[in-house]
Write a new protein. Structure first.
Length: 415
């Protein structure tokens, strides 16, 4: 589908073609501390219960509930303190009638105790209560302030499921459950290539006809945010042979994905189209979206997936979120490959492109539940400055002719 007048695909049709070409990457075993941000290929199962043993939820006194059930400020119960249980001890002192153990939060609860009295409910507090303690308030029920073994998880339970990312919370839970190693998929290797004879390296002085290459740094960070590894960052001129050469370099470096920016439209100097069009590996399509209408996608003999994105920065950001990021997560076997979405209320009016789904860089107010454009200059794909303020993309269906204040808008959250 490379003709200028070809029918446009829907976003869903283009994404389906992309995902159909994805094959989950191989798995490898890693120590739990070395597996952060990776995707589990198999569930991480608990090696032991959480909590590992009955323990105290409060600093106070381990007691027999029957001894203190009637305690009150007017009629305190005096108990003999027969043991002291700081954190880290394994002692299990016997408690007879009228006896208690001073205990710190997290310490193992004595087998004979069936409640904890917080020190705030006693007279004198912790410092002077190694001989006896006066209980001024009875626990609400037997078991009060006792964290029971296995109340959270039991040995053998799945702590983190296959397809889930091992983020900070998941890693902490796995470590707490005694998980030592996990099976995770390999991080995708990605090559990022900016095309355009007009491009300058970041930091080079701008000049008439020349512009900084913001797409390279943009994609480097977006790729890393998708838990993939950047193996090549390159910039080439508007020359098809240069595209072929950098493609070969990316394949030599083991790239699973090659992302080109620019050079995919129908102009006179389109190096990605010149390198791949008509060769069968990469297909060029027109997608009913704005920005991001021209798209290229295919797979090389090496198995590397090739994405050709439009060259304007907003188009790159949108195309990455809609097509590339889901593919990178699918390569990792991620169970959820799409950004979170929510409905917000427009608090500004803006125009939309006829017949194309709009992805508009937007500012959202989470408290008010409102959304507005990130730039006052419209929805042009060249308006890179507005990306600095964007925290989301407002998604407007192709059949909507304009957005009015108060309209409900579907929003893709990216931060």
């Amino acid at each position: 589908m490379s003709g200028a007048g070809a029918n446009r695909r829907t976003v869903e049709e283009q994404l389906a073609l992309v995902l159909d070409a994805v094959r989950t990457l191989p798995a490898e075993s890693r120590a739990i501390r070395d597996a952060a941000h990776r995707t589990l290929a198999e569930p991480a199962t608990a090696a032991h219960d959480i909590p590992l043993f009955d323990n105290s939820a409060m600093d106070g006194f381990a007691v027999r509930f029957a001894d203190v059930a009637a305690a009150s400020a007017d009629d305190p119960v005096v108990l003999r303190v027969v043991a002291d249980l700081p954190a880290g001890v394994s002692d299990d002192p016997p408690l007879g009638p009228g006896e208690a153990a001073r205990i710190m939060t997290g310490s193992p609860a004595p087998t004979d105790a069936d409640a904890i009295v917080p020190f705030e409910d006693t007279a004198g507090g912790l410092a002077d209560s190694l001989g006896e303690v006066q209980v001024l308030r009875a626990p609400a029920t037997p078991g009060a302030f006792v964290r029971r073994r296995g109340a959270d998880l039991h040995a053998g339970d799945a702590v983190v499921h296959a397809g889930e990312r091992l983020g900070a919370f998941q890693l902490a839970a796995a470590v707490a459950a005694g998980v030592e190693s996990v099976s995770v998929t390999r991080a995708p290797r990605v090559a990022v290539v900016s095309t355009g004879s007009e491009l300058l390296s970041p930091g080079e002085p701008a000049a008439r006809g020349r512009i900084p290459d913001s797409n390279g740094p943009l994609l480097e960070l977006l790729v890393a945010d998708a838990d993939a590894e950047v193996v090549l960052v390159a910039r080439v001129t508007d020359d098809a042979e240069a595209v072929r050469t950098v493609t070969a370099t990316a394949v030599e470096r083991g790239a699973d994905v090659i992302v080109f920016t620019g050079g995919v439209s129908a102009g006179a100097y389109e190096p990605v189209r010149g390198a791949f069009d008509g060769q069968g590996a990469v297909e060029f399509a027109s997608v009913a979206m704005q920005p991001g209408k021209p798209q290229a996608f295919g797979a090389l003999d090496s198995g590397a997936l090739v994405f050709g994105l439009p060259g304007n920065p907003v188009s790159v950001a949108v195309s990455f979120e809609v097509f590339v990021r889901p593919a990178l997560l699918a390569l990792q076997g991620r169970s959820e490959i799409h950004r979170a979405r929510a409905s917000f209320t427009a608090d500004a009016a803006w125009t939309t492109p006829p017949g194309r789904r709009q992805y508009l860089p937007a500012v959202v107010d989470l408290t008010a539940g409102t959304v507005r454009p990130a730039t006052s200059g419209g929805s042009g794909s060249h308006l890179a400055g507005g990306l600095a303020r964007a925290r989301a993309f407002a998604i407007v269906p192709a059949e909507v002719e304009a957005v009015a204040v108060g309209d409900a808008i579907d929003v893709m959250l990216v931060e």
